[in-house]
Design a protein around this ligand. Structure first.
Ligand SMILES: [Ca+2]
Length: 415
């Protein structure tokens, strides 16, 4: 109970920060609510790891931009244990997964529920554990939740499993748990499982899977008979959604929607266009943002803007190939983009339509301004916090909420 008391103790540390303070005199006459499209130097100042050239102007190191709305940054809670996923509940609370295998609810007063029990055990090792969590679009009626995690296999190795269950009326446990999908093949390593779970408007799931990192397995990102390094399109029962781009094709899993991904931990709908956007960790250099479209090949490990951590080139060291998609944007050196979300509120109007990414090694929240499929501005928020930002969501109050590996939940709202 001692541990419980510590966890329900809300820690409210309010840090009023003028992140929007005008640092550039030439923009001083611009209305505070006017989107800042003025060009400044890119936010990245470090040398890239490679001398690779982008495929088009603006594919990397977009002009730096600054939010001019005065922001209020608040630490809502500091007692999370390696939070991994965060999703909105219909009443304004948040459902949060913790890597060790726990699910908790964060209440509107900042306190945490006690652990929700009933989840299968997870392999909390390396980059595996309990990963993302999301609720059924009809959660208000069904109370169904979905999550994914690293699962030990009896025959050896680990894989990403997707499960569902019903949150009990008293919110103390998940009932009738079913594992609906296992991303084969299993592998002995514990790195790069992905993953995010996102529902489409028909109530089906998009699940991103990582390619499991090893040089002896990552080519399976290009193998349509393997479920790793993919975007999968699944029904709520874990079956392939009918009519997939590889349905009926020999030696292909019908649930594969897109392929050639490395470690996609970011998946979000662009609310203005209905497009599916993804972010993934690249090798040393080469973190990517992609526009995900049915049947497309995103290139890993054949093309990439990064190099091996050893310094060697990846594969043939090429960045473009016929039949393989270019990222909309990439980073070299990496920022390690994890969870992503589009901002779609009028509260901070200059953010509307922008993509926000939690950066792990970059230790900031990345804001990307977008025009169509072009990234036209980049900003680093909360870069003074020294936190690895794991996942983020837009709350119903129009603020951004972000969880960190250090166990904090930040609220970034309008002052
Ligand atoms: Ca790629």
């Amino acid at each position: 109970m001692k541990q419980l008391n510590m966890r329900v103790l809300p820690v409210m540390v309010t840090l009023a920060i003028m992140l929007g303070a005008c640092k550039n005199n030439k923009r001083a006459t611009v209305s505070p609510m006017t989107p800042d499209t003025s060009s400044t130097a890119p936010v990245e100042t470090k040398a890239p790891n490679s001398n690779y050239k982008p495929s088009f102007a603006g594919q990397t190191r977009a002009p730096g931009v600054h939010t001019r709305t005065a922001l209020l940054v608040t630490v809502i809670n500091t007692a999370l244990d390696q939070p991994w996923g965060i999703c909105n509940l219909p009443d304004g609370r948040f459902l949060i997964s913790e890597k060790s295998g726990k699910l908790v609810i964060l209440n509107t007063d900042g306190s945490l529920s006690k652990e929700i029990t009933g989840l299968p055990s997870v392999v909390n090792a390396g980059q595996g554990g309990l990963l993302d969590v999301n609720i059924d679009p009809d959660f208000g009626i069904s109370r169904m939740i979905y999550w994914d995690y690293a699962e030990q296999q009896a025959q050896g190795g680990y894989l990403l499993a997707v499960a569902k269950g019903k949150l009990s009326a008293d919110e103390t446990k998940v009932e009738n748990v079913q594992v609906i999908y296992r991303a084969q093949p299993a592998y002995s390593g514990t790195l790069q499982y992905g993953s995010r779970i996102l529902f489409d408007q028909q109530g089906n799931l998009f699940v991103s899977t990582g390619e499991r990192s090893g040089t002896d397995i990552r080519m399976k990102a290009q193998d349509l008979s393997a479920a790793i390094g993919k975007i999968l399109h699944l029904t709520k029962d874990g079956n392939a959604v009918a009519g997939g781009p590889f349905a009926g094709q020999a030696n292909s899993l019908p649930e594969i929607y897109a392929y050639g991904l490395r470690n996609p931990d970011g998946l979000a709908w662009n609310p203005q266009t209905g497009e599916l956007w993804e972010a993934e960790f690249g090798p040393r250099g080469g973190d990517e943002v992609n526009l995900i479209q049915a049947g497309k090949n995103y290139g890993w490990p054949v093309i990439t803007y990064g190099i091996e951590y050893s310094g060697a080139k990846v594969g043939d060291g090429i960045q473009q190939k016929e039949g393989m998609e270019q990222p909309l944007y990439y980073w070299d050196p990496v920022i390690s983009p994890c969870g992503i979300t589009f901002y779609n509120s009028d509260v901070i109007s200059e953010w509307k339509g922008n993509l926000f990414l939690g950066a792990l090694s970059g230790q900031h929240i990345c804001r990307l301004m977008i025009s169509g499929h072009k990234i036209i501005g980049e900003e680093r928020l909360l870069a003074d916090k020294n936190e690895r930002f794991r996942a983020l969501t837009q709350g119903k109050d129009g603020a951004l909420y972000a969880v960190t590996d250090g166990g904090k939940l930040y609220r970034v709202g309008k002052k």
